[in-house]
Structure formats: structure tokens, C-alpha cells
Design a protein around this ligand. Structure first.
Ligand SMILES: NC(=O)c1ccc[n+]([C@@H]2O[C@H](COP(=O)([O-])OP(=O)(O)OC[C@H]3O[C@@H](n4cnc5c(N)ncnc54)[C@H](O)[C@@H]3O)[C@@H](O)[C@H]2O)c1
Length: 240
């Protein structure tokens, strides 16, 4: 049975690399993102095995409507909760509660909303699986000023453990914890390329990660990790 993988935040970065990997492996992919232009590029580049739609995954009504528009032929069998933002960097004492709501809305609440919609609409698959994009920040607290982001990724990991218990044995659920991956999201962390290169030198494998490095691990968790559920797989070049 051909898998259909719903990937949130699938227009760019890690989500797009996961789309490339699953389509290359013979599956179909549905990409939801707020970036209409990059969605169009993905559709043009990936062809008939991809469907794209502009969906803000923090908007429960929009997610319901988008899921309702997916016909039986494209009912998803696998899910990647990947959409996420870093949020504004600020000292703990200055954090605006509205920013906590915004970051948790996109990084955590969306995973509840999209997973619920997926569970109601999914097509049975003998190897159904969900992958959630956490971060090593969940374990180390993140860079200074990123407390909201780190806490949101910790929540997503706890949700992963809860989902794995509740959805077994029908669906395996795991998380990925990338380190520093060279995507647009890092523009919200590093001032420039020189600062990124300096940080790369401190990573045991002496380079930043590529989105494709994370996509490889995602493909393994989605399709090949048949006896693995409720785990967090770190993809960080040895960075803790
Ligand atoms: N790049 C890294 O170093 C890194 C490290 C650890 C974890 N992660 C996590 O991996 C995931 C992907 O990150 P990335 O590096 O590819 O970032 P990215 O910014 O390159 O891509 C994120 C995508 O999510 C989309 N998106 C943002 N808000 C959305 C919303 N409300 N609804 C739908 N789509 C939305 C964006 O438009 C974008 O296409 C995120 O959850 C991120 O926290 C990234």
C-alpha cells in the first residue's frame, strides 16, 4: 500500500527535505504550510506525487477544513508534525505572555490539532507512523533567550511519549531532536554566516547539519523503524 505522508511546514527546510525523501522512496506527500510561494515551487519540483495547500496549522478551523478537502484517494497514512518557529529571543524576565501563546500555538498546539484531524481522517496502513520535530533545546534549554522555544519542544517530546502509548499498537510515534541544521530558521538565531561557521567548528562532527540529514532519520522512523516507538532520535552531529 502506497503511503501518503502529511507534512506540516513542508514548503521549506527540514519539512521540504522530508518531502523530497518520501517521494524519492515511492510515497506520496501532502504539504501544508503558510508560505504559498514555496508550496508552489515544491509542487512544480515534485510533481504528481505531491499535493500542497496553504494552511496555518495553529488554526484549528483551517486544519479541519483542509483535512476535509483531502479525498479518500489521498487520505494520509503517516504524519510529520514539523511546522515550527523559534520566536523572538528575549531574557526570561522580559518574555511577553502573548509570545508564549504564539510559539506554543505553532510548535505544540498545532501538533494536537493536526494529529486529531489526522486520526479522524487517516487511511489504515500496516506501518502507520507519526514523527514530531522536537529539538536538542528540549534537553539543554536552548540558546540563551530561547526559553519559550525550548519549553515548547519539551512539551512536544512529552506529547510524543503520550501519543506513543495511546496510539500503540496501531501507530508508532517518535520524535526527532535536531541540533543546528542549516535552514532559514537559523536566521532568527545567528547574526550572520561567520557566526554560524564559528559555531560549526564547536560541533563534534565539525559541520552544521543539512536538512537532508534530518530527512534521512525521519524516513527511517516513518518507514523502517518497525520496533521503535516513544523514542527521541537525536540528529545533531554529536552536539548535546
Ligand atoms: N533548523 C534547525 O536547526 C532545527 C533544529 C531543531 C529543531 N528544528 C525544528 O524543525 C522544524 C522545521 O524547522 P526548519 O529548520 O525546517 O525551519 P524553516 O523555517 O526552514 O521551515 C519551517 C516551515 O514551517 C512553516 N510554518 C511556520 N509556521 C507555520 C504555520 N503556522 N503553519 C504552517 N506552516 C508553518 C514555515 O513557513 C516554513 O516553511 C521546526 O519545528 C523546528 O523547530 C529545527
Amino acid at each position: 500500500m502506497t503511503a501518503v505522508v502529511l507534512i506540516t511546514g513542508g514548503a521549506a527546510g527540514i519539512g521540504r527535505a522530508i518531502a523530497d525523501a518520501v517521494v524519492a522512496g515511492g510515497a506520496r506527500a501532502i504539504l501544508w504550510d503558510v508560505d504559498a510561494q514555496r508550496l508552489e515551487t515544491a509542487r512544480n519540483e515534485l510533481g504528481e506525487n505531491v499535493r500542497v495547500e496553504r494552511v496555518d496549522v495553529s488554526d484549528a478551523a483551517a486544519v479541519q477544513e483542509a483535512m476535509g478537502r483531502i479525498g479518500d484517494d489521498w487520505a494520509p497514512t503517516h504524519l510529520v508534525n514539523n511546522a515550527g518557529i523559534i520566536g523572538r529571543r528575549m531574557p526570561l524576565v522580559d518574555i511577553d505572555p502573548a509570545e508564549v501563546d504564539r510559539v506554543f500555538g505553532i510548535n505544540v498546539r498545532s501538533a494536537f490539532i493536526v494529529t486529531q484531524a489526522f486520526l479522524r481522517a487517516r487511511a489504515d496502513h500496516p506501518e502507520a507512523a507519526i514523527v514530531n520535530l522536537s529539538s536538542i533545546a528540549a534537553g539543554n534549554g536552548g540558546a540563551a533567550g530561547n526559553a519559550v522555544y525550548a519549553a515548547s519542544k519539551g512539551a512536544l517530546q512529552s506529547l510524543t511519549f503520550a501519543m506513543a502509548r495511546e496510539l500503540a499498537p496501531a501507530i508508532r510515534v517518535n520524535a526527532l531532536a535536531p541540533g543546528i541544521i542549516d535552514t532559514d530558521i537559523q536566521k532568527d538565531v545567528f547574526a550572520d554566516r561567520a557566526e554560524m561557521d564559528a559555531r560549526a567548528a564547536t560541533i563534534p562532527l565539525h559541520r552544521l547539519g543539512e536538512a537532508a540529514d534530518v530527512a534521512e532519520a525521519a524516513a527511517w522512523l516513518l518507514f523502517r523503524a518497525a520496533y521503535t516507538t516513544g523514542e527521541v532520535v537525536t540528529v545533531s552531529g554529536g552536539r548535546k
